[in-house]
Design a protein around this ligand. Structure first.
Ligand SMILES: O=C(CO)COP(=O)(O)O
Length: 126
């Protein structure tokens, strides 16, 4: 029987993308052991610049946050690394709030910056 790999979703707001890419480069070996998902623009950068093999969803403002929220609600994802920009208003703030609400509701392991993302590893099975 093949074992299902645990999944991690990676998301960063525009002002935090450089930081997530830099963090992901440092942790590429660890990340590559998991099924990786990302919102569209974040995923494109992580694939190109950090060499990660991942599934890119829609861009956040076009429904990518909602897709990740749906994965959480369906029990398909329980790790989320979301580098949030705390200083910029977002047109899709309701989607961001919805994703965070679902992550909290479903006990998702959630990291919002470098320190908390680094503290996620090694991931432990529930
Ligand atoms: O907006 C986002 C998260 O709220 C991220 O989306 P992108 O990765 O497509 O920029």
């Amino acid at each position: 029987m093949t074992e299902t790999k645990e999944a991690i979703a990676l998301v960063a707001h525009d002002q935090r993308k450089d930081d997530l890419v830099a963090w992901a480069k440092l942790h590429a070996d660890q990340l590559s052991q998991y099924d990786l998902y990302a919102t569209g623009t974040t995923g494109g950068r992580l694939a190109k610049e950090a060499g990660l093999d991942l599934t890119a969803l829609k861009s956040g403002p076009l429904g990518g946050d909602a897709q990740i929220g749906a994965m959480i609600a369906e029990g398909r994802l329980n790790n989320l690394i979301f580098f949030i920009d705390p200083l910029t208003a977002m047109p899709h703030d309701v989607d961001v709030k919805s994703l965070l609400r679902l992550a909290i509701l479903y006990e998702t392991k959630l990291a919002v910056n470098e320190a908390s993302a680094s503290a996620m590893f090694p991931l432990q099975d529930d």
